[in-house]
Design a protein around this ligand. Structure first.
Ligand code: ZN
Ligand code: MN
Length: 488
C-alpha cells in the first residue's frame, strides 16, 4: 500500500484519547479591506488593490472598517460569544508578505469571547475567542519546486494584505478527526448563514490550523501539542489529525515526548513534517496599536446585531425536523440545511407536499444542480403526484430534472411526455398474471418471514416492471402485494 493510502483514520490504541483544538482564519466578505478603502476581492491582477495604508507606507493611518467589525460581531453572537470592548494590537513579526512588519490583530482584549458551537449530533465545542485581524499578502516562491529554500526568487501579491479576517479559536474539546471536520462544516454553515464570509477552503478564504495532542483516556491533563498549519481541505484536516495523533501515541509509548512545534501536512506522502518551533506570545511583542481607537460596542449595538441575526443552522435543522417529522434523519436535515434547501422543503410541505418523501427526494436528487426554478408550489405538486401514485418514482425523478431546467409545471411535462403510472386496475391484472407465472415465489412470499418477504417482493415487483416496461409504480405494486397477502 502506498504511503498516502496507508493513513486511515483508525481509532487510537486503547487507553489513549485525542485532544484537538482548531484555529480557523476566515476572510470576511466586505467590499473593502479592514483599514483602508481598497477592494477586498479574490483573483484580481496582483498588486492592483493596494494603497499606502495596506502597503504600510510611512505616514499612512488605518481607519477600522465598520462593516467588517459588525460582521465579526455578528459571527461572535452566532457562536454564542460575549461581544466586548476590544483593542487592536500590533503583532510583530518579519515576513516579506507583511509590509508593515507587524500585523494588526487583537490580543488580550478580543471582540468575541466564550462561545460555543453545537454540532449536528448535539455535541458542543467551546469557542475561546473570535478576534479580528488583518490578512497578510501572498508570497509565491519561483523555481526550486516552489519551496523557499531552493527558490530563485519570490513574488509578493499585496492584494490580500489588509483583508479583514476573524480568527476563531476553539477550546480543545474535539475528540475525533471526524468531529474536527464536523466542526469546520458547521462553522462554514454559520458563516454562510450570517453572510460573514463565503468560507471557501479551496480559495483560501477559510484556513484551518489544528492543535493536536493525546493523553491517557479519561484524564483531563493537556499534554504537549503540535500545531498543524494551513489545512486546505476537510480531507487533509481529518488525515493530518489522524496521522499526528498516531505519531504522538508512538512517541509517548516509546518513552519520548513530542516537541511543541508547528508542523506542515504533506498531502502527497500522508504525513506531517516539522516547521519552526512554535513562538511564544512574548516573541511577538504585542502592544496596543496607537493609531486605532478601542472598539466600544454599546449594549444597543449588540442588541441590534442580535435582532438582525438570521436563523442559524442548528435552529434550522430543528425546525426542519419539526416540520418533516421523525422520519427525517438528523443527517438528511444537516445536508438540507448545509445546501440551503431547508426553506424550499419547508415551504413545499406547507403547500401540502408529503414531508418525508419531499425531504428525501430533495436531499438525494443529485441530478439537479440548480434548484432556483424549483418553487415550493412546483415541488409540492410533483411530490403529491408521486405519493398519489400518478407517476412512478423513476418518472418523478425525470420530471424533477426537467422541472428544474425549465420551471414548467410537472403535470404539463408529464402530459407531454406521456408519463403516467399504470392505473391500479391494469396493474392488478398484470400482477395476477405474474403471480400465476411464479406460483412458487408467491407461495414462499406468503409463508415467509419479513426478510424473505422483502426479498421476494423485490423479485415479484421486478417481474411486474419487466412486464410493464417500467411503467408501473413500485410502491403501488408493493401495496397490492400486501393487500393480496392480507386477503389470503
Ligand atoms: Zn489599501
Ligand atoms: Mn491569526
Amino acid at each position: 500500500m502506498s504511503a498516502a493510502g496507508s493513513v486511515r483514520e483508525q481509532a487510537l490504541p486503547a487507553g489513549w484519547e485525542l485532544v484537538v483544538g482548531l484555529e480557523v482564519h476566515v476572510e470576511l466578505s466586505t467590499a473593502t479591506k479592514l483599514f483602508c478603502g481598497c477592494a477586498n476581492r479574490f483573483g484580481d491582477e496582483p498588486n492592483t488593490n493596494v494603497c499606502p495604508v495596506c502597503l504600510g507606507l510611512p505616514g499612512s493611518l488605518p481607519v477600522a472598517n465598520a462593516s467588517a467589525v459588525e460582521s465579526a460581531m455578528s459571527l461572535g453572537r452566532a457562536l454564542g460569544c460575549e461581544v466586548r470592548g476590544a483593542v487592536f494590537a500590533r503583532k510583530n513579526y518579519f515576513y516579506p508578505d507583511m509590509p508593515k512588519d507587524y500585523q494588526i490583530s487583537q490580543y488580550d482584549q478580543p471582540t468575541n469571547i466564550d462561545g460555543r458551537l453545537e454540532l449536528p449530533d448535539g455535541r458542543t465545542v467551546g469557542i475561546e475567542r473570535a478576534h479580528i485581524e488583518e490578512d497578510t499578502g501572498k508570497t509565491t516562491h519561483i523555481g526550486g519546486g516552489g519551496r523557499i529554500h531552493d527558490a530563485d526568487h519570490a513574488l509578493v501579491d499585496y492584494n490580500r494584505a489588509g483583508v479583514p479576517l476573524v480568527e476563531i479559536v476553539s477550546r480543545p474539546d474535539i475528540r475525533t478527526a471526524e468531529e474536527a471536520r464536523a466542526f469546520v462544516r458547521e462553522l462554514r454553515a454559520i458563516l454562510l448563514a450570517v453572510g460573514a464570509s463565503d468560507a471557501r477552503m479551496e480559495e483560501g478564504s477559510m484556513r484551518v490550523d489544528a492543535n493536536v495532542s493525546v493523553r491517557p483516556a479519561g484524564s483531563d491533563e493537556l499534554r504537549t501539542r503540535c500545531e498543524i498549519k494551513n489545512l486546505s481541505s476537510l480531507r487533509s484536516l481529518g488525515r493530518a489529525i489522524a496521522y499526528e495523533a498516531q505519531r504522538h501515541v508512538g512517541l509517548w509509548s516509546g518513552g519520548e515526548r513530542p516537541r511543541q512545534e508547528t508542523r506542515h501536512w504533506d498531502e502527497a506522502n500522508g504525513r506531517t513534517t516539522p516547521g519552526r518551533s512554535k513562538e511564544d506570545a512574548d516573541d511577538y511583542r504585542y502592544f496596543q496599536d496607537p493609531d486605532l481607537v478601542p472598539l466600544s460596542p454599546t449594549p444597543e449595538v449588540v442588541a441590534a446585531i442580535d435582532a438582525a441575526l438570521p436563523p442559524l443552522p442548528a435552529a434550522r435543522r430543528a425546525a426542519l425536523i419539526e416540520d418533516c417529522g421523525a422520519e427525517l434523519s438528523a443527517v438528511d436535515a444537516a445536508v438540507l440545511v448545509e445546501r440551503d434547501q431547508d426553506a424550499l422543503v419547508r415551504a413545499a410541505v406547507a403547500a401540502g407536499a408529503p414531508p418525508a418523501l419531499t425531504a428525501t427526494r430533495v436531499c438525494n436528487d443529485l441530478a439537479v444542480e440548480d434548484w432556483s426554478k424549483v418553487t415550493p408550489q412546483l415541488l409540492a405538486e410533483l411530490m403529491a403526484m408521486e405519493s398519489a401514485g400518478q407517476v412512478t418514482a423513476t418518472q418523478a425523478k425525470q420530471l424533477m430534472a426537467e422541472m428544474a431546467d425549465s420551471g414548467e409545471a410537472p403535470a404539463a411535462i408529464a402530459e407531454r411526455r406521456g408519463f403516467k403510472a399504470m392505473a391500479t386496475d391494469d396493474l392488478d391484472t398484470i400482477l395476477q398474471r405474474v403471480i400465476a407465472d411464479n406460483g412458487d415465489a408467491w407461495d414462499r412470499y406468503c409463508a415467509g418471514d419479513e426478510n424473505e418477504r422483502k426479498k421476494l417482493a423485490g423479485f415479484l415487483t421486478g417481474q411486474v416492471m419487466r412486464a410493464t416496461r417500467g411503467q408501473a409504480d413500485g410502491s403501488a405494486v408493493n401495496r397490492l402485494l400486501q393487500e393480496k397477502v392480507d386477503r389470503n
